[in-house]
Design a protein around this ligand. Structure first.
Ligand SMILES: Cc1cc2nc3c(=O)[nH]c(=O)nc-3n(C[C@H](O)[C@H](O)[C@H](O)COP(=O)(O)OP(=O)(O)OC[C@H]3O[C@@H](n4cnc5c(N)ncnc54)[C@H](O)[C@@H]3O)c2cc1C
Length: 380
């Protein structure tokens, strides 16, 4: 595997870095404090061709690999994680449409996502179904030419901003296998009975919209089923193979930012007649951060390499996701430590990084779940 970036890949990363560094920092504090986001920034990123680059050219995308999407993610998260999440999670679900949707569904939805005309979300988690997705009880019952959907979802990214939600619903309750009971159904959010309430008070990624959803006798056409009925769990595993790699890039970007801030601060701040960077204990922290970042990046590059060749390796993806999350938590924690009291206030970026990092060990598979996948692979 050769991970030297091509000229085109370098150009993509540079364009993402330039955009993010010129647009995100000036808005970061306000968006974080007020838990808000300005959708015009997302539209601008779409106009620059930085959203959904992995979507095929015939649907308006750049036809790049998932790897290029990860390069953009790393740059956006290095600039400001919450804003990076608000922009790039706007396509969260496009992978399901690309992989399993009908031609009509792809033509309807994918061009809107890359052009900044629609946001999509994917709703799996429920109040009593988190890591164990098979426990999801939201139902979709076939009624003539329609699906009738009832239930609740929670912690759903883009819940209040999305034009479409892919809802993970029980469609085959009688099936003996818990892995064959669910299907994804496409729900336009303007459909009567769909309700989203923003969740406030998140620890981090506060610019990103997260919501509780309720489906109360929501009716959508029968053709809004994604793929074959009862295949939702299998589809979800393929979906996570892709989106988890994206999370790894988030962790590397955030860790990079923590290192950059630490370098800047420890070279400038003087105590006991020296800069903090002159203390060996500081140097060891910086050395460990740099090493972990490189290792985490190599892992996600490898994971993305397999995905783009059509052979995702769940164990490598799990290793990459667990390690990137842990690296982000480690680096942001050390960054706050090196900033002392300054790192404890939100005017300093490292405070936000510290809060933003934690979610990487929770969403799209808690780190313990990732380790279960790794252990299964190791044990054969
Ligand atoms: C900001 C944010 C955005 C999100 N966006 C979405 C979204 O768009 N769509 C969506 O569907 N969901 C979303 N989620 C939900 C997320 O995917 C879940 O939080 C995650 O799957 C874990 O589920 P849970 O929080 O219910 O934790 P639980 O499943 O209750 O687990 C709690 C803890 O128990 C431990 N644990 C669980 N299972 C095991 C096990 N088998 N072995 C050992 N330990 C275990 C882990 O430490 C875990 O962290 C989001 C969450 C957040 C915070």
């Amino acid at each position: 595997m050769d991970f030297t970036l091509s000229k085109e890949q370098q150009d993509i990363a540079n364009a993402a870095r330039e955009f993010a560094r010129s647009e995100f920092p000036k808005r970061a504090l306000e968006f974080d404090r007020e838990e808000k986001f300005d959708l015009s920034l997302w539209k601008k990123a779409c106009e620059l061709g930085l959203v959904g680059v992995f979507i095929e050219k015939k649907y308006g995308g750049a036809g790049c690999g998932f790897f290029e999407h990860c390069l953009i993610t790393e740059e956006f998260w290095a600039a400001e994680p919450g804003i990076g999440e608000a922009i790039l999670a706007s396509t969260f679900g496009s992978e399901l449409i690309s992989l399993f949707g009908t031609e009509e569904q792809r033509q309807l939805i994918l061009p809107q996502l890359v052009s900044g005309n629609a946001i999509i979300g994917t709703a799996i988690t429920e109040p009593d179904a988190g890591s164990d997705v098979t426990a999801a009880v939201t139902t979709a019952v076939r009624d003539g030419n329609e699906w009738l959907i009832n239930g609740f979802k929670t912690f759903i990214t883009n819940g209040t901003t999305a034009k479409y939600i892919l809802a993970f619903c029980v469609t085959n309750p009688e099936n003996a296998s818990p892995h064959k009971r669910h299907s994804f159904i496409l729900v336009p959010t303007e459909t009567p009975g769909y309700k989203a309430v923003k969740i406030r008070g998140k620890m981090g990624v506060r610019a990103s919209d997260t919501a509780e959803l309720s489906f109360s006798d929501v009716r959508v056409p029968a053709e809004n089923l994604i793929g074959r009925q009862g295949e939702g769990f299998r589809q979800l595993m393929s979906f996570l193979d892709r989106t988890r790699v994206h999370i790894c890039a988030q962790g590397v970007g955030l860790s990079r930012a923590a290192l950059e801030e630490s370098l800047r601060h420890t070279k400038a701040r003087r105590q006991f007649g020296k800069t903090l960077a002159e203390f060996q204990v500081t140097q060891f922290k910086l050395a460990e951060m740099a090493t972990r970042i490189r290792a985490a990046r190599n892992l996600y590059y490898e994971a993305a390499w397999h995905v783009d060749r059509g052979k995702p390796d769940p164990a490598v993806i799990a290793m990459a996701k667990w390690y990137a999350g842990e690296t982000a938590v480690y680096c942001s924690n050390e960054a706050v430590q090196m900033h002392g009291a300054y790192g404890y206030v939100d005017e300093y970026k490292v405070q936000r990084l510290y809060r933003d990092a934690k979610v990487l060990e929770i969403y799209e598979g808690a780190k313990e779940v990732e380790k279960i996948i790794i252990a299964r692979s190791v044990l054969g």
